[in-house]
Design a protein around this ligand. Structure first.
Ligand code: SF4
Ligand code: SF4
Length: 442
């Protein structure tokens, strides 16, 4: 038997996996551009969250229709890909249906893969109708125009084509088995693909062989292309949902993190025994003070950047956002999409300049996310609660506001007045503390 198909298969496989590894390295490099953050506390709770939210799809079913359909596609995607293992072994060693020795179990496996493939196609068609015919509000917001819309549809088309190729491959295989063709030993159950037989009925053995091999090759090449498409797509969430839910914040949602430098400063102010003129301790390194808040992606932490890559652009956050619902410009989904776009831009800049970022005169603030969007946020946390993969758009908004307030003194006038009142009067109102009880005399 000629080894050429096996060699071609090995080359395609190596190229597909090699390109994927290259993109994973790029992804990791980009995420590491963010600041380090320690999110390894309470590991038991983190594993539990990952199992329930990423693997168990716990938050998806809050919206039952979309949740159920998503679970079907997800299970189908994971389980049918077990079959890819057989394809890879067959491709590398020139065998055919190498797991057929399992007998009855093999029949059950192939039969269940087929039923799942059918359910995946049905779910994907419903998803497509919801996006393109019913046009659900959250799928037609301004940030979903152009590439994000096309990306969502490309993923759906990919899934249908892959499932169809899988079923066509099985239908022709079944026909070849029934004709007693060489190498096509009777194996597998075909509860769905048997209905495709009329498509191949009457074909000669050589034509059937050609269709079967074409579907087989296109199926595996399609899977490798899809694998590599992930990096450029919102579909990256099928991999990143796992680390993202693991590293998610465990503190109560409303608890904001304090800046260490400011906390120290305040503690010093409040400590009656502290000497404000004391020289710094020997082990205290006095460097340039760090930037307060974030104006660009490098100022965000690594979990926030991981969040940006994990966003599925589902829009559940935006549909729950009170600011968005009342017609404000803010969309928490857009905050995540902008962060990812800017991060990608920075990554490409580094690639083009031999591994060093060359100042490009742009930043996340103003060039991607406007101040109007940032100040429209009520900090209600509804977006964080709604996100099915534990993304925290509010933390990015807060860090960017922090930059505006602490580095640029650029808070809105009303907020500045309130903050000066708190500083001077101990209350947000413009009245002297001494006048607080005046009301009793009125
Ligand atoms: S926290 Fe801000 S962005 Fe998130 S839902 Fe509330 S208002 Fe919208
Ligand atoms: S942040 Fe979460 S809820 Fe919002 S679009 Fe992304 S994945 Fe969906």
């Amino acid at each position: 038997m000629t080894l050429i198909p096996q060699l071609i298969f090995a080359l395609i496989l190596a190229f597909g996996i090699g390109f994927f590894v290259r993109n994973v390295k790029k992804l990791s490099r980009n995420i590491k551009l963010g600041k380090e953050i320690n999110r390894t506390d309470r590991p038991g709770e983190r594993w539990r969250n990952m199992a329930l939210i990423a693997l168990g799809q716990q938050k998806m079913v809050v919206r039952p229709i979309a949740g159920l359909l998503h679970i079907i596609v997800y299970i189908g995607f994971v389980i049918i890909n077990i079959e890819v293992l057989e394809i890879v072994i067959d491709g590398l060693f020139g065998t055919h249906r190498v797991f057929a020795f399992m007998g009855g179990l093999y029949d059950v496996l192939i039969g269940s893969f087929e039923i799942l493939a059918f359910l995946v196609v049905v779910s994907v068609v419903i998803f497509w109708i919801r996006r393109n015919i019913i046009r659900l509000q959250r799928f037609i917001k301004p940030e979903m125009k152009g590439w994000p819309k096309n990306d969502a549809n490309i993923i759906l088309y990919f899934e249908v084509v892959l499932m169809f190729l899988f079923l066509l491959m099985n239908a022709t295989d079944l026909q070849l088995q029934s004709l007693g063709a060489a190498h096509y030993t009777e194996a597998g159950a075909f509860p769905v693909s048997q209905y495709l037989l009329p498509l191949v009925d009457g074909m000669s053995q050589s034509a059937l062989f050609l269709v079967e091999r074409t579907a087989w090759w296109l199926h595996i090449v399609g899977i490798l292309i899809f694998l590599n498409y992930l990096y450029y797509s919102k579909h990256l969430h099928i991999l990143l949902a796992f680390p993202n839910t693991w590293f998610a914040k465990l503190q109560p949602k409303g608890q904001l993190d304090n800046l260490e430098a400011v906390t120290k400063e305040v503690q010093l102010m409040m400590d009656p025994n502290a000497d404000p003129f004391a020289a710094p301790a020997e082990d205290e390194v006095e460097g340039e003070p760090g930037k307060f808040g974030a104006s660009d992606v490098m100022d965000l932490n690594r979990v926030q950047l991981l969040n940006a890559y994990t966003c599925t652009e589902c829009g559940r956050c935006t549909s729950e956002c009170p600011a968005n619902q009342t017609g404000k410009k803010l969309s928490p989904r857009k905050i995540m999409m902008d962060t990812r776009d800017r991060l990608e831009e920075v990554g490409k800049n580094i690639d083009a300049n031999n591994g060093v970022f060359k100042e490009d005169g742009k930043q996340l603030l103003d060039d991607y996310i406007t101040r109007e969007e940032l100040w429209a946020c009520t900090s209600c946390n509804a977006c964080v609660e709604a996100c099915p993969v534990s993304i925290d758009p509010l933390s990015i908004i807060m860090d960017m506001r922090r930059y505006l307030v602490m580095e640029q003194s650029a808070a809105p006038v009303e907020l500045n007045n309130m903050m000066s009142n708190i500083e001077n009067n101990g209350a947000p109102w413009p009245f002297n503390q001494m006048d607080r009880l005046n009301w009793k005399d009125e």
